[in-house]
Design a protein around this ligand. Structure first.
Ligand code: PLP
Length: 435
């Protein structure tokens, strides 16, 4: 590489540390990346939870290429192009019954902001403008914009900017290793933690609460799987109090847990779903909010010439993203990928849990094709042990992701058993090497 590393201010990266010892990727295909020197690296994380169909899928590459030549951009305000409608329809078909209106964004963060605004505007439109409070959950991650960060529950993101949005509160997280360590699939204990929402209703009065947002499976804060019955209970409490339930499915959307959406996997239907990442297989930035018909209808009450929801992005439903999205959903259908994680879940879990006896492993959790391996932190140096495992794995040809001292795995859904074996063997050696 000829460019200096100076000018690029890298996101969510320890810039100085990285630039001393850069890790570059130059090419990708199927289950693999290659470094600029030509070293093959197995992708254990679908890029960043997004390349669900594997890299460089021909149909998607062709769709993007052709679309760029045919029409590069079309204004999305008061104008549209056919693929926006086609993709919205295709996404609505995959969504749980009743969620059939699709608002396009360009990222997970934008989807979250959009969903929170829809929730507030919806209540106002139906004469309940006093419902302004937004409830998130400790250890939630909802992107980095002000709304998502405020309802999020990650101290690292909140400490600097978390006070910018008032009227936000949080229910307790569900991580309970004392009762649930080494659970496979949904942990048995913790449904009652949903009752924490009742506590907030009692504190603030339910009539002030617009929406609750949770990830069905929290990824970025350490792979936290919902306890059996937890999401059902949250749904019941929301229904009882007229509170909207938002599932942030930015990582669980598009097959990650074995169904199109986590909502279907867990059998709980929210009022709004936010998604992104797998929507275009990570190729062109795109996100979406999927809303219930009744929410959309509530907006459609005023004079017809007025804009019903004053919100949108220059790149909402961008033609390249729509082309990529359509080809992605076709690829998922062609290869049966939206249910493949369910087929592989038992094998993935069995092999992953063999790492239980490795040094410093204090918990292993899994669902669909998501795995979390939690390590004991080094005294006084949280996150460093997992980071060293990450470096060791990358050196040995495996890309993983770490969050705190938890290793997160979310491989492309095209993964084969031999890749799972390679992931587990590489991790075993790394865990044995890293003290
Ligand atoms: N919500 C969840 C649950 C996520 O996992 C992420 C990203 O990982 C986001 C929102 C933010 O998405 P983006 O980085 O595309 O803005």
């Amino acid at each position: 590489m000829t460019a200096s590393l100076d000018a690029y201010w890298m996101p969510f990266t320890a810039n100085r540390q990285f630039k001393k010892q850069p890790r570059l990727l130059a090419k990708a295909e199927g289950m693999h990346y290659w470094t600029p020197e030509g070293r093959q690296v197995l992708d254990g994380v679908a890029g960043l939870w997004c390349v669900n169909a594997g890299h460089a899928r021909p149909k998607i590459v062709q769709a993007i290429t052709e679309q760029a030549a045919e029409m590069d951009f079309a204004p999305p305000f008061q104008m549209a192009h056919p693929k926006a409608f086609e993709l919205a329809e295709a996404v609505a078909k995959l969504a749980p019954e009743g969620l059939n209106k699709v608002f396009f964004t360009n990222s997970g963060s934008e989807s979250v902001e959009t969903a929170l605004k829809i929730a507030l505007a919806y209540h106002r439109a139906r004469g309940e403008g006093h419902r302004t409070r937004l409830i998130g959950r400790e250890r939630g991650y909802h992107g980095v914009n002000f709304g998502g960060m405020s309802v999020g529950g990650m101290v690292g993101n909140r400490k600097m900017f978390g006070t910018m949005l008032s009227g936000v509160d949080h229910i307790r997280h569900t991580h309970d290793p004392a009762r649930n360590a080494f659970s496979q699939g949904q942990p048995a204990h913790g449904a009652e933690l949903a009752d924490d929402l009742e506590r907030l209703c009692a504190l603030h009065d339910a009539s002030t609460i617009a929406a609750v947002i949770v990830e069905p499976v929290a990824g970025s804060t350490g792979v936290l799987i919902p306890p059996q019955g937890y999401l059902q209970r949250l749904r019941e409490i929301c229904d009882r109090h007229g509170i909207l339930l938002i599932f942030d499915e930015v990582i669980t959307g598009f097959g990650r847990t074995g169904s199109a959406f986590g909502a279907q996997r867990f059998g709980v239907t929210p009022d709004l779903i936010t998604c992104a990442k797998g929507l275009t297989n990570g190729t062109v930035p795109m996100g979406a909010v999927i809303a219930k018909q009744s929410i959309y209808d509530t907006f459609m009450a005023g004079p017809e010439h007025l804009i019903e929801f004053a919100h949108g992005y220059t790149y909402s439903a961008h033609p390249l993203a729509c082309a990529a999205g359509l080809a992605t959903l076709e690829t998922y259908a062609d290869d049966g990928l939206l249910t493949r994680a369910a087929t592989l879940e038992a094998t993935f879990a069995e092999k992953l849990h063999t790492l239980r006896d490795c040094p410093n492993v204090i918990d292993i959790r899994n669902i669909g094709l998501v795995g979390g391996i939690e390590l004991a932190s080094r005294p006084g140096a949280p996150a460093l042990r997992a980071y060293d495992v990450f470096l060791d794995c990358f050196k040995e040809g495996l890309l993983i992701r770490t969050t705190g001292d938890t290793i997160a795995l979310s491989p492309p859904l095209i993964i084969q058993t031999e890749h799972i074996d390679q992931i587990v063997a590489t991790l075993r050696q790394a865990l044995q090497r890293v003290a």
